[in-house]
Design a protein around this ligand. Sequence first.
Ligand SMILES: [Zn+2]
Ligand SMILES: [Zn+2]
Length: 740
Amino acid sequence: MAYFGSLNLLKKGMIMLIASIFALEGFVILNCSTLGSFNPPEIKLPDPQPWPSVACSEIELERLHNAYKSNGIEHEIIAKRIQQADQALKNDLEFPPEGGQHNQWYQCDKCQIALKTVDDTHHICPKCNTVYSGYPYDNVIYSRKHSRLTNDMYACAWAYAITNETKYAQRVRDTLVGYAERYMSYPYHSANMGKKTDKPSASGGHVFEQTLNEASWMHQVCTAYDLVRKSDVFSESDHRAISDDLLMKVYENIAKHKAGKSNWQTYHNSAFMYIGGVLNKVELIRQALEDKENGFYFQMNVSVLPGGMWYENSWGYHFYTLGAVQQIIETARRLGIDLYSIPQVKEMYMVAMDYQMADGTLPRFGDSTTMRIPGWAYESAYHKWKDPLFLSVLPQSPTWDSILYGRKEFKKDSAKEIEFKSMLKEGAGYAILQSNGEKGRSSAVLVFSPFGGFHGHFDKLSFVYYAMNKELGYDPGRAVSQAYRLPIHRDWYRATISHNTVLVDRKSQGESDGTNEFFFTNSEISYASAYTDKAYPGILHRRLLILRPSFLVVADVLKANDDKDHIFDWMYHNLGEEISSSAVKKSDKAIEGQGFEYISDQKTGISNDLIRATIMTGKDRVEVIVNAEENSAILTGFGAGESILHKVPLIFVTRNGKEARFSAVIEPVIVDNDSQIENISFVDNETDGYLITVQLKDGSEEIYAYDPEKRSRLVKGIKTNSGLLCLRRERSGDYAILSD
Ligand SMILES: [Zn+2]
Ligand SMILES: [Zn+2]
């Protein structure tokens, strides 16, 4: 018990710390510590208990019935679920001998790569051909079998609700009673247990290895039970067993693991809603919503950043958690409790709309994989708010959910398209830069977000870049195979080295955030700058990102205040197949530093001149041009992308000393067009601040006069006190102001 006590204390401390950080930086406290105008209702359940209670409402079930009776596509969608149920009845109801294990074990330790299944008890590494067998590998397969049994049961439950045929209800009953008989006799285990003799943690379970998984399992289990519980296939003792030996035992197992501020606890709360709703136990609903340090109100207060992004700073986890939020608010709605007026709820749906990049995806921050806004996730939100913006992401033809919610609007013309514009997201810590030029859209994002915790990365002042309808400047997110426990996760994916920022002394940053300095946008130019002095103790790093319609400019100033020399690696990763530069040649000398072992095909060189590298991406290419400086060291090679086998070109430029400066142009070039960039330089302005100058091949020139201290100064005869004055001069003529 002491363990839990201290854990909770620690969490409380962290929440206070976070609150004080917000206070320090002048965020509106109200925004992150209240539920706006929401008045928590008195929690009571409808009497008598309605049927269905948690699966759907009576009218929603009627819509499904009507669709099944109709002709055409809506009928086919419902009929398909019934076909799935018929298929399920052909599968044996065979329970695995034990609970499932986490996919993180399904990897070859030596090769850090996902295993391939030979059969239930043999699992092979595709690289070194080692065959693995027994615990925990077999249990990863058990996990999949438990999921299949559950999917089969779920399909049968809906088939019964629509056709009223007993054979489907019977399968649901047999599955539920089968789990009730086994749940407690499956050994308790947790995700950390690589061996059966390892000590289990409080986050484990019986059917699955995590309270998180058992909690999300409850959606299908309780929905299935709800849909068939009125059928006469159940005896009194069946109902008792399902309630006492399965659902309440799962509840107790989850409830013992109080996970506080987390996506886990949000799924726990969702499970309490389902179990409480189907068993008509109001105290579980109260716990799900009102628990002061774990409940849904608490989560919305502390886990949603100002603006609506989930605090873990990863779109994968944002939408993952939104799934549980949706289950909670929809289950509540069906039980007569309205939670939709909690402002954070709608913000969570809205926020991703602002982050859509030029290629239609969302940036892969934190432990995320590539994703677009998942349209299917917006059906219940559209049902509630009828926001035409949601229509633009919803599926354009009927689906199970569109039928259930009675949506009739499918045409794009009733939708409101997402507006692509540059935006500063101060609370979440992102500056989104968007441009819509002759050559199409381009997007860049500068990251200065608060540290995202377990799923956050050491990525401060990094950026991503999209143009030519492609992802270019790359953040790998996490390995697609969820390699959380492997060194590559710690030393590459989560580490600073895999991000487009500046590495200091070859080590990852500490847990930190950054602070925005400037942000500006018009149709010609968008820029943002930020600094951090917390990522590396004693180092002040300032970064400026300028998005122009046909290129991106990145400028950095780093200063050490400890009077010591440091190594500064400016890093850029760009999706593509090849990288070439005349400044480097093949090198066998390994570079020491966290994560450098994951860089293959290393080529190095030293240069006093302008540095150019070309990255091929399909038929197109990207030119990376970095300003000249004495003794710059250059490294090119390939880092890891979706997996260790996915090679992503990279270029690092290294400068040493008590301070360092970098300025670079990233220029996308379509097919065999010529690069427009002649030169980029970084010098002190005659009075104060810096001048970053980009010379173009047509003789024109752009000057970005940067002074973070915004001193009054003269730039090319123009007086300014702006943090950034952007000027452009055609081949001949005067400087014109792009922004001030
Ligand atoms: Zn292997
Ligand atoms: Zn990352």
